[in-house]
Design a protein around this ligand. Structure first.
Ligand SMILES: [Fe+2]
Length: 324
């Protein structure tokens, strides 16, 4: 497949981010939680909730389970899934919805990726999920050999009102000339791990790729890590200036915002949108307070999953046992 500017623009033009208010299920979720939270098994609770959501959700909302990353759906934001600020409820809702969206979460032994909240050294490492600073647009895990197709975040609480931003591929390529887009489609970069993992990994990739099912996908990471520096480095020195100029265009990109309310579930096709986070505005994020924060009283707590899609035929087979 020849990735001409015209072909890329035509593919990307159809991409959009969907927001669905599913607060009509919140009452059932809360009622279920009030009656069953004493169950000691998170796995049993997850299966119960998958069954509940499969029954309670409207067909017009369930149709997105199969479609994140294809058919023009770059990301889906579900708001109003639950209301109670409970980290266990948020985690179980998160895991149940990830299952329904066929996200197979990968736990790498060198990364604590599940809970996102301000940590004691968050002031030093600002461009980090557990820091307080701005995180510049990127896709996750481009240094890994295994594909991270999907990325999901669930808001347990966010007293700082800092929603996740995402930048659809359309907004990134719209500000490029045909010559620039053609160059983007023909260069490679080295992607490096940063503060998020406890070892050093890297992977070389093309920045624009085509998949017969998922279409045109972008592989970009504009983060600058406190320790290792730029996370995306041009493979050849003659392309470094081009990537530097691309970085300078970021302020002209138009983000789409998730929501920061408790009960928000945001799932993105990792190679269809870049995601980012503004500075967290919170007095708790000051150096004097950071060391006191723990998992239970942090003002902002999100749960995260990232990884490839489950084999859909297997997932569909499995869902027959859960759907009424
Ligand atoms: Fe990320």
């Amino acid at each position: 497949m020849k990735l001409t500017p015209g072909f890329i623009r035509d593919q990307i033009r159809r991409e959009h981010v969907i927001t669905r208010d599913i607060s009509y299920v919140a009452e059932q979720v809360e009622h279920w939680w009030a009656n069953y939270q004493s169950c000691p098994s998170n796995h049993a609770l997850k299966l119960q909730l998958i069954s509940l959501l499969s029954t309670a959700l409207r067909k017009s909302d369930k149709c997105y389970f199969e479609n994140v990353g294809k058919n023009g759906v770059s990301a889906v934001c579900l708001i109003g899934v639950f209301q109670t600020d409970s980290y266990r409820l948020a985690l179980i809702v998160h895991e149940a919805l990830c299952e329904l969206f066929h996200l197979r979460d990968i736990k790498y032994p060198y990364e604590h990726h599940k809970a996102l909240f301000l940590k004691a050294d968050g002031e030093k490492y600002r461009d980090w999920g557990n820091g307080a600073g701005e995180i510049t647009p990127h896709s996750d895990d481009l240094y890994e050999a295994e594909s991270t197709d999907l990325l999901a975040l669930t808001v347990c609480r966010d007293k700082t009102s800092t929603p996740t931003q995402c930048f659809p591929a359309k907004t990134i390529i719209e500000c490029l000339s045909d010559a620039e887009l053609s160059r983007l489609a023909n260069i490679t970069a080295i992607f490096r791990s940063g503060k998020n993992v406890s070892l050093s990994k890297s992977c070389r990739r093309k920045l624009v790729q085509y998949d017969p099912i998922y279409g045109v996908q972008l592989y970009l990471d504009f983060r600058i890590d406190t320790d290792v520096g730029e996370r995306m480095i041009a493979t050849y020195p003659e392309d470094a200036e081009f990537l530097r100029k691309l970085r300078l265009k970021i302020p002209s990109w138009t983000p789409v915002y998730s929501a920061s309310a408790t009960g928000t579930f945001f799932i993105m096709a990792n190679y269809k949108v870049l995601h980012a986070r503004p500075v967290i505005q919170s007095s708790v994020a000051s150096p004097a307070n950071l060391h006191k924060i723990n998992f239970h009283d942090t003002p902002r707590l999100l749960f995260r999953s990232k990884g490839p899609r489950h084999n859909l035929s297997l997932a569909q087979e499995y869902s027959e046992y859960l759907l009424p």
